[in-house]
Design a protein around this ligand. Structure first.
Ligand SMILES: Cc1ncc(COP(=O)(O)O)c(C=O)c1O
Length: 458
């Protein structure tokens, strides 16, 4: 990567940041002796930090968000035009971009019907939980209140979303948790929990077992990531989703899919679940909705779910919930332009093609590096699980995984990994480049990983 001269003197900014900003997920002791990294500019797949250093970003803003890449002036313009005309009004009213984006989104989600605007993935999931609880109160005498979540999945940072979180290290220290959330086993076949042929069916049947143990009459919803992201890029085994859908239908349990990462093109279709021919009741999405140009997230429901909140004879019958910034119009304005870009630039097709290239490159690395135990992915959403021993599948220690990331960073390539999430299993490298990635970008990313693996594992 090129070392470019700083475009500006950012020393005051760095001092202000060091003195006053509390960074997310950060042990600040380190910043007593080192400067925080401050990103100052982005274009396409690349970002520049305050020292002038260029980075190729293989994780779309660190957390799989910037799907259409950096520096999109048409999105900036769409936001500017909208907010100077009408920036905000509480969402118990409508807005022009809100109506238009909802229509376009629903056109791309057959079987779905209604869009509820909020501003983060955690919030979208919270709203879904509230709907499930209200349905339980209204229709089932409060009985069908439990929400099942899966080991290794993540649904957000609030107390209730961590109560639905299957990543122990993210939840630790924040109890007591919200009651009524129950864990089901993960479906990662590489870490198989059952010695069977039809693994997908078996992993789904494990959910059935939990439902029977809890009592189907007490279970209101099953909340799952379509492809688990931070928990290790876990693609579902064959047959899993069809069986999960059957189980939900059998017991009248709402299927809530968390597509905060998968949604809006990341997997090469508009939504991850569209690869599996299933029909959810609730879908939450956030990161790719406006590619990080504005804070917008959506909870999308079927008309059937929506209808349950239309009992006008009950003054408490509607969804009595609000999100102040769900009324910001910059979000849907950005989302509309984001969607136009994905469509007109053929980014879903590019994602499928580049995703295959990325998987192919990772498999090729796996042949040469014993440290790669497993490679998984769907579209531009890939993971490589690192092991200390390929035979025993003993996970590589987190420190070594972090060293691989640091070695990539030293070469100017930003990659991610499961970090402080699952005890003993923070060993998956995560890759989610923007949907605009070219073959050269993909090859540059895997070339850096190749060098990094050699440096760290020999
Ligand atoms: C699958 C999934 N759901 C929910 C969230 C929470 O989203 P947010 O950070 O916008 O609250 C995340 C964030 O990484 C996520 O990966």
């Amino acid at each position: 990567m090129n070392q470019v001269a700083p475009v500006n003197d950012f020393s005051e900014i760095i001092s202000a940041d060091r003195a006053h900003v509390w960074h997310h997920l950060t042990q600040h002791k380190a910043h007593e002796t080192t400067d925080p990294r401050i990103m100052v500019e982005g274009k396409g797949m690349r970002v520049w930090d305050a020292t002038g250093r260029e980075h190729l970003d293989a994780v779309s803003g660190g957390v799989w968000t910037v799907n259409v890449g950096y520096g999109r002036d048409t999105i900036g313009q769409a936001i500017s035009d909208q907010v100077t005309k009408m920036n905000f009004f509480a969402q118990n009213n409508g807005s022009v971009p809100g109506a238009l984006f909802a229509q376009k989104l629903i056109e791309r989600m057959p079987g779905m019907s209604r869009v509820y605007y909020v501003n983060s993935g955690s919030e979208a999931n919270e709203k879904a939980f509230k709907m499930v609880r209200q349905i339980a109160q209204k229709r089932y005498g409060g009985q069908k209140y439990k929400i099942l979540y899966r080991e290794r999945d993540y649904h957000g940072s609030t107390i209730s979303t961590i109560s639905a979180g299957g990543q122990f290290e993210r939840n630790a220290h924040y109890g007591p948790y919200t009651p009524g959330f129950v864990e089901v086993p993960h479906c990662l076949e590489y870490r198989a929990q059952w010695d069977v042929e039809n693994y997908g069916q078996r992993a789904a049947d494990a959910i059935d077992e939990v439902i029977l143990r809890e009592g189907p009459e007490t279970v209101g919803a099953l909340c799952l990531e379509t492809v688990t992201a931070g928990g290790g890029v876990i693609t579902p085994p064959e047959g899993y989703w069809q069986r999960v859908q059957e189980i939900c239908r059998k017991y009248d349990i709402l299927l809530h899919l968390d597509e905060v990462v998968c949604g809006i093109g990341r997997t090469g279709k508009w939504f991850g679940y569209q690869h599996y021919g299933i029909q959810p009741d609730l879908v939450t999405m956030a990161k790719g909705v406006a590619s990080g140009y504005a804070a917008i997230a959506c909870l999308v429901t079927t008309e059937k779910v929506f209808e349950m909140f239309k009992d006008a004879s009950d003054p408490m019958g509607h969804f009595r919930d609000i999100s102040t910034y769900g009324g910001c119009t910059g979000g849907p304005a950005a989302a509309l332009e984001n969607m136009r870009i994905i469509e007109e630039e053929g980014l879903l097709e590019n994602t499928l093609a580049m995703g295959e290239r990325l998987m192919g490159n990772l498999r090729e690395l796996q042949e040469r590096h014993a440290a790669i135990g497993d490679v998984r992915g769907l579209g531009l959403f890939c993971g490589a699980e690192l092991v200390a021993d390929r035979e025993t599948k003993e996970p590589a220690p987190e420190a070594k995984v972090q060293a691989v990331i640091a070695e990539c960073m030293a070469q100017g390539v930003i990659i991610g990994a499961t970090a402080r999430a699952i005890p003993g299993f923070n060993n998956t490298l995560c890759l989610a480049p923007a949907l605009i990635a070219t073959a050269e970008d993909i090859d540059a990313i895997t070339a850096a990983i190749d060098v990094a693996l050699t440096r760290v594992f020999g």
